[in-house]
Design a protein around this ligand. Structure first.
Ligand SMILES: Nc1ncnc2c1ncn2[C@@H]1O[C@H](COP(=O)(O)OP(=O)(O)OP(=O)(O)O)[C@@H](O)[C@H]1O
Ligand SMILES: [Mg+2]
Length: 253
């Protein structure tokens, strides 16, 4: 990748910026993502969410940062292979421990704790969670004032069904609080169902994050767009930007 991977200190605002790995996107973001922020990368299937995360990880690796890629895809080798197809060679960083792929076992009652342990002890500067959607949909049980997420002890507790708004809200709040515990800057993906006007699959996370990058496809026109919908402490355009995906990843036109 020939994109700039420099971290840019914004003396103007005092907010340190982290490169997204795409120099044009950094410019549009007034220097990059605010340090320690959580950015939601939303879009319909195939819109380029995972590829945007590849750029973000690549920039971190080139900057000597420790990176964590949390995935609900069991085949982590296949993610490394997909990245390689696009020109991102993550294998050496995986081998030397600079990049860790962590599979999120959604059937484990400890999944949140596992993420929390990794983030609070791993010393990661950059974290990707790809994707938030299945994590936000696991069942939740609440016992008195204590949230048990998720728990097998459902007999003596009140259960919320999968996908109910309270369950999703509790999950997302918990995940955001875990991400905020680390000294890291995070990209979290969410799949928007085709035709939905919402900014995430759960319709809640958009209100809890610091920024939203929206990826879009216009299939009839054979065009792709990226829109900065929100970014804390940043003056930015709301205009959808034309992008392309090719070998090398996302390119602004
Ligand atoms: N080498 C390539 N050249 C051109 N386009 C590519 C290449 N590799 C992938 N793409 C495009 O990128 C899309 C996949 O992008 P990506 O995996 O980032 O999407 P996504 O938004 O994460 O999708 P999902 O919601 O399914 O996870 C493909 O559908 C294809 O259109
Ligand atoms: Mg994806």
């Amino acid at each position: 990748m020939d994109e700039s991977n420099m971290e840019i200190n914004m003396f103007k605002t005092g907010i340190e910026r982290i490169s997204t790995g795409i120099s044009r996107l950094d410019e549009l973001l007034d220097g990059g993502l605010p340090r320690n922020s959580v950015t939601l990368v939303s879009g319909t299937p195939g819109s380029g969410k995972t590829i945007l995360c590849f750029h973000y990880i690549d920039a971190g690796l080139k900057n000597g940062e420790k990176c964590l890629f949390l995935t609900s895809d069991e085949r982590t080798e296949s993610i490394v292979a997909q990245a390689k197809e696009l020109g991102f060679n993550f294998q050496p960083a995986v081998e030397n421990g600079q990049l860790k792929f962590m599979y999120l076992n959604l059937d484990s009652s400890n999944v949140h704790k596992e993420i929390e342990n990794e983030i609070t002890t791993g010393g990661y500067k950059r974290v990707v969670l790809d994707s938030l959607s299945p994590l936000a949909e696991i069942p939740v049980w609440i016992s008195g004032v204590h949230e048990i997420i998720p728990s097998e002890r459902s007999m003596d507790t009140k259960a919320y069904p999968i996908g109910s708004t309270p369950a999703t809200r509790i999950h997302i709040r918990r995940i955001m609080s875990i991400l905020n515990k680390g000294n890291c800057t995070t990209m979290v993906t969410s799949e928007i169902p085709e035709g939905s006007r919402s900014l995430s699959r759960d319709s809640i996370s958009e209100f809890m994050v610091d920024g939203i990058l929206l990826l879009d496809l216009d299939t009839t026109m054979d065009r792709r767009k990226l829109t900065i919908r929100k970014m804390r402490a940043t003056k930015h355009s709301l205009k959808p930007q034309d992008i392309e995906i090719n070998y090398g990843g996302i390119k602004f036109l």
